[in-house]
Ligand binder design. Structure first.
Ligand code: 3PG
Length: 306
């Protein structure tokens, strides 16, 4: 019998697991569940006899892919697939997919939520500032970026974007101003919201020089990946610019140093939770289950990323 594994170090909401089960068992397959594991050995054991698997930020390294002798399809229930060794998948003829757009609104809501939290000093009773009238720059206008723009407009913010991979007309059709360069985005906006993937080109690309272009009181919001930040440059900038703040859903490696030195100018969630809503779990999880069934039954490889 075809066996599908859900391997989630950070579990889905129960309703999402039930929805996935319905799809998987409805296709006549068996569902296995490995949740909240802390030991890589548990993952290696769980993948040994599965035909397909659904993961989140779980690390599908070469070791994991090679241990999964029967694996045919792996779906990352979410957007970023930097946690999957795509080369290892391709070598073994395994289809790797993501579920673009399915958890994007949840991430976008967290962006604005964290911005309000910082603007109101963590709700400590002191006078804060408002978002209305401020400029937000969306660095990469994909599914999350588009939702961020939509919500930010509701707050009365001016929305700008830079994304060389999306047609200018498509962005402008959303009422968002397109700027010509990444430097222009950073030098114009009070807030920058990052939505770039982590890859060889983007890693450490958000550096001192770029961030230093931000106007007085600039705030960087990162719900993308910590790897895109040049942390040394970030630390130096926070030293040099007492006006600059950093909010992130993925705490940097230097989080303790930031916490010790820059009180009131940072906020980090204790665990990446942008996509951690029941709705996002249901959307991404069930989409992943359907993609697995369609791939195995009909050879449908829509959303293949390798
Ligand atoms: C994504 O790439 O979809 C987000 O980073 C969500 O990751 P998560 O499923 O681990 O919360």
């Amino acid at each position: 019998m075809t066996k599908v594994l859900i391997a989630t170090e950070k579990p889905f909401a129960p309703a999402a697991v039930n929805g996935i089960r319905e799809v998987v068992e409805g296709a006549g397959y068996e569902l296995a569940l490995l949740e909240s594991y802390t030991d890589k050995a548990d993952l290696l054991a769980a993948v040994a006899d599965v035909d397909a698997m659904i993961i989140r930020s779980d690390k599908a390294t070469r070791e994991v892919i090679e241990a999964a002798k029967n694996l045919k399809v792996i779906v990352r229930a979410g957007a970023g697939y930097d946690n999957i060794d795509l080369e290892a998948c391709t070598e073994k003829g395994i289809v790797a997919m993501n579920t673009p757009g399915q958890n994007s609104n949840a991430v976008a809501e967290l962006v604005l939520g964290m911005m309000v939290f910082l603007a109101r000093n963590g709700y400590n009773g002191k006078a804060g500032v408002e978002l209305r009238g401020k400029k937000i720059g969306i660095h990469a206008y994909g599914n999350v970026g588009r939702y961020v723009g939509e919500i930010a407009k509701g707050f009365g913010m001016e929305v700008l974007a830079f994304d060389p991979f999306v047609a200018k007309e498509a962005i402008e059709a959303d009422g968002v101003k397109v700027v010509e360069s990444v430097e222009e985005l950073y030098s114009t906006c009070n807030y920058i919201s990052l939505h770039i993937p982590a890859n060889d080109k983007t890693k450490k690309s958000i550096n001192y020089d770029l961030l230093n272009k931000m106007p007085e009181g600039g705030i960087l919001v990162n719900t993308a990946r910590k790897e895109v930040i040049d942390e040394e440059g970030l630390m130096k900038l926070m030293e040099d610019r007492k006006d600059f703040a950093y909010i992130s859903d993925i705490a940097p490696d230097c989080k303790d140093e930031i916490a010790a030195k820059f009180e009131g100018r940072f906020f980090f969630t204790p665990k990446k939770m942008g996509a951690q809503t029941a709705e996002a779990n249901i959307n991404a999880g069930i989409a992943g289950a359907n993609q697995i069934v369609n791939c195995i039954e009909k050879g449908d490889t829509t959303y293949k990323v390798n």
